[in-house]
Design a protein around this ligand. Sequence first.
Ligand code: AQP
Length: 331
Amino acid sequence: MEEKKTLYSGMQATGALTLGNYLGALKNWVRLNEEYDCFFGVMDLHSLTVRQNPAEFRQNARKLYALYVAAGLDPEKNCVYFQSHVSAHAELAWILNCFTYVGELGRMTQYKDKSLKHADNVNAGLFTYPVLMAADILLYQAAVVPVGIDQKQHLEITRDIAERFNKIYGDVFTIPDAYFGKHSAKIMSLADPTKKMSKSDENTNSHILLTDDKDTIIRKFKRAVTDSDTVVRYGEDKPGISNLMDIYGSVTGKTHEQIEEEFSGRGYGDFKLAVGEAVADELAPLQADYERLLKDKAYIDECIKKNDDRARYVSNKTLRKVKKKIGLTEV
Ligand code: AQP
């Protein structure tokens, strides 16, 4: 039997996830997880670029783990683990820092955006974030990385670093490809459809949280900013409605044409309600499982421990190879 290729992805362990995180990344992970040998990290080292409250941070990281499992990532079949429990990430990141240029890091739009957002704490971690991300992916020899379109530039720099390294030392790293969802690669804010839906947006009406209840979800969709027209049609001139169509299509599997037909002559009120209901129905089983898993500490602990061990084993193989290639001594 042909060996499965490796898939790698992860999310920062900060706060609750949004519908953007779910449709842009998590739902695709679940969709692809039979096809690949999968590694999913709770990326707690990445979260440190922003100051964290230690007690809340610990809890958020465990909640994220439970959300992964509740969304359908079976920890018996997928390696679902904590980034900070595997020291190879930090070690390889340091080595790769020495193969990355300050100029290329300075061009990262996420760095520029986040520097403005956290102007009082523009730390070196924020700057070298893409190098740690490259280490995450390259340690597992991932062939595919399902992410939202906002991560495209980080995937490109990962490929550049890997190719640069391989050119000097031979084929050490697999060069990864990004995987983007068809209609869900960039879910936009409900309050301003020209901006990405983001969990750190202070306006809570701008995003749906995966833990929002049905009434809240429907209320937020009802308030979603659209244009003053009444026709449900996809187009650049209708960013609000197009975003809702992307959400509805990602959840129901319907095409834009099917959605336009379904809501032809029915106005925005009906459409917004349908989107809200479809999203709430999609999230209901995940939410029930999430509540159950949060109470099952022993099960989650056991999954983390077992999967951390596997992640350590796999990543250390790559790290040993890298160290040998660059001439670090061994005993
Ligand atoms: N709006 C989005 N549409 C599609 N995909 C998205 N992702 C995030 N927002 C959207 C994808 O979710 C994954 C996890 O992202 P992360 O944990 O690295 O956080 P982020 O990209 O910084 O997400 P947020 O919600 O925007 O967080 P804040 O507000 O803290 O900056 C990634 O695959 C990402 O592409």
